[in-house]
Design a protein around this ligand. Structure first.
Ligand code: NAP
Length: 285
């Protein structure tokens, strides 16, 4: 397969580059092609002429998006439109990475792909608009919604918890947001399978099972054999610029329909921890 990845320098992009090592891969960061510039995007796609494009590039700072609405829409929505237009021009298929944050989190049970979008933060809005625009430009686009990514080669929740737990006896973590942690290696494998199957439409792809951030943190500390106490707190006690959905678990039915099953998040976390460098010890003066 000839594949072009936008966002290859990001958390998911790095796992994808590994997964696609045997393919004819063009791996792009923002330095190679800025999504906001249609001519740069067009040039990159015309040059690589891929069978498929995987678009993981995005402005992913959820809190930053609140104060940089224009940037969020320029990259996440207009940037995605530029990629879809270039894909249309050369006849490439497109897989677009989207998010559980297109939902408001009030349903209380796993979201189906057909559930209406109703984002409650700017990041989610920019992705929800992008989904709508892409479906108009490329009716056979594949929109893959995922959530709570963790993996090697960038900032992620388990790495942050390990860093804090190495130096603090107690950490507080929110216990009123529920979702599905997703290991970038497992998602990269699912994305490549979707590519091979020429999947289209909306697909929900996360590790199986769900938890709160507090549950996730407890499991990280427990599996790492650390003694740090994890204390549950509410989102109200831990205010952030962007609101987060309370329950954004995504139903796996659409992924299963393609014959793809992702492992439980605890299994994924164990593999991540086994391959992660050990948490740095407390600094001794
Ligand atoms: N992280 C999560 O928990 C999560 C959850 C749900 C969905 N997603 C989605 O999954 C995808 C991958 O997320 P991630 O966490 O791997 O992202 P990430 O680590 O933040 O990486 C973002 C990537 O986008 C590139 N990028 C940013 N601005 C760009 C621009 N203007 N032009 C071109 N490239 C640009 C970055 O390139 P540089 O390195 O050159 O800046 C980097 O390669 C995203 O679409 C994200 O919305 C993520």
């Amino acid at each position: 397969m000839r594949i072009t990845v936008f966002g290859a320098s990001g958390l998911l992009g790095k796992a994808l580059v590994q997964e696609l090592a045997a393919e004819q891969l063009t791996a792009l960061s923002s330095k190679d092609a800025d999504l906001r510039d249609p001519s740069q995007v067009q040039r990159a796609v015309r040059t690589s002429r891929p069978d498929s494009i995987i678009l993981c590039a995005a402005y992913t700072d959820v809190d930053g998006c609140e104060s940089n609405r224009d940037l969020a829409f320029a990259v996440n929505c207009e940037g995605a439109v530029h990629v879809a237009q270039a894909a249309h021009e050369v006849g490439s298929r497109l897989i677009f990475l989207s998010t559980d944050y297109v939902f408001d989190g009030s349903k209380g049970s796993p979201y189906q792909t057909s559930d209406p979008r109703n984002p409650i933060n700017v990041y989610g809005e920019s992705k929800a608009h992008a989904e709508e625009r892409l479906l108009e430009i490329l009716p056979d686009v594949c929109i893959v919604r995922t959530s709570w990514l963790f993996g090697h080669g960038g900032k992620c929740f388990p790495a942050t918890i390990l860093k804090l737990a190495a130096t603090r006896p107690e950490i507080s973590v929110v216990n009123d947001q529920r979702g599905s942690p997703t290991y970038t290696r497992d998602l990269a494998s699912a994305l490549v399978q979707l590519c091979r199957k020429s999947a289209s439409g909306i697909v929900h792809a996360t590790n199986s099972g769900d938890c709160t951030w507090y549950d996730f943190a407890r499991e990280i500390v427990k599996m790492s054999g650390l003694s740090t106490v994890v204390k549950p707190v509410t989102s109200a006690e831990f205010p952030r610029p962007a609101r987060r959905p309370a329950h954004s678990v995504l139903s796996p039915e659409s992924l299963h329909a393609h014959g793809i099953h992702m492992p439980e998040w605890q299994n994924a976390l164990r593999r991540y921890l086994e391959s992660a460098p050990p948490a740095s010890p407390s600094v001794v003066p």
